[in-house]
Design a protein around this ligand. Structure first.
Ligand code: ADP
Length: 176
């Protein structure tokens, strides 16, 4: 599914983020940046040890912030590592922190002059953010970015599995 927002596009696909050919892919990292399971493990496995070496040098990342490394052996030139919130009950600032994770990743891509970026569904795995709520925040933040900026031309959401894809599709149909 794809929609045009102002000068850019939002596309949803079901697939594996490590195989994307966008200028950057986004990693749902943890604060240590030292690697983990889920999408983080997959990116480091596919990208090779150079990415982790750069992460060690950076030293860590706060929740809602983003940092950038090269893409190692990946097709994407860069990996933007962001840290989504661990979901407790939704009353601990989780929505704003998740929005910040997306917005700061987009800002980081923009500061490098990148035109295309692929996101996984941040925080909806080990961090347990409810998928419907997370999808709405992810897509609203992407739509708002494209409405007020003209630099990034493609924001792709790469959903792992049919369930996540369907939830994002429903949310985008409602919002766009
Ligand atoms: P978090 O700790 O932010 O919840 P996870 O990696 O546990 O991060 O999960 C985030 C999302 O990434 C989940 O929806 C999970 O299904 C998805 N995911 C896992 N592997 C991949 C992959 N290779 N490509 C895209 N998404 C993935």
């Amino acid at each position: 599914m794809e929609v045009t927002i102002h000068k850019g596009r939002i596309s949803l696909i079901e697939g594996d983020i490590t195989r994307q050919d966008t200028d950057a892919i986004v990693n749902a990292a943890n604060k240590s940046l030292l690697g983990g399971g889920g999408v983080d493990g997959a990116i480091h496995r596919a990208g090779g040890p150079g990415i982790l070496e750069e992460c060690v040098t950076i030293g860590g990342c706060e929740t809602g912030e983003a940092v950038i490394t090269t893409g190692g052996n990946l097709k994407a030139g860069y990996v933007i590592h962001t840290v989504g919130p661990v979901y407790r009950d939704g009353l601990q600032g989780e929505p704003r922190l998740l929005e910040n994770a997306y917005a700061n990743s987009l800002k980081t891509a923009s500061s490098k002059g990148l035109k295309s970026i692929a996101f996984p569904s941040i925080s909806t795995g080990a961090y347990r953010y409810p998928l419907e709520d997370a999808a709405e925040i992810a897509l609203k933040t992407a739509i708002n970015y494209l409405k007020s900026n003209e630099d990034i031309l493609l924001i792709r959401f790469v959903l792992f599995g049919q369930k996540a894809f369907e939830v994002y599709k429903k949310a985008l149909t409602k919002l766009a």
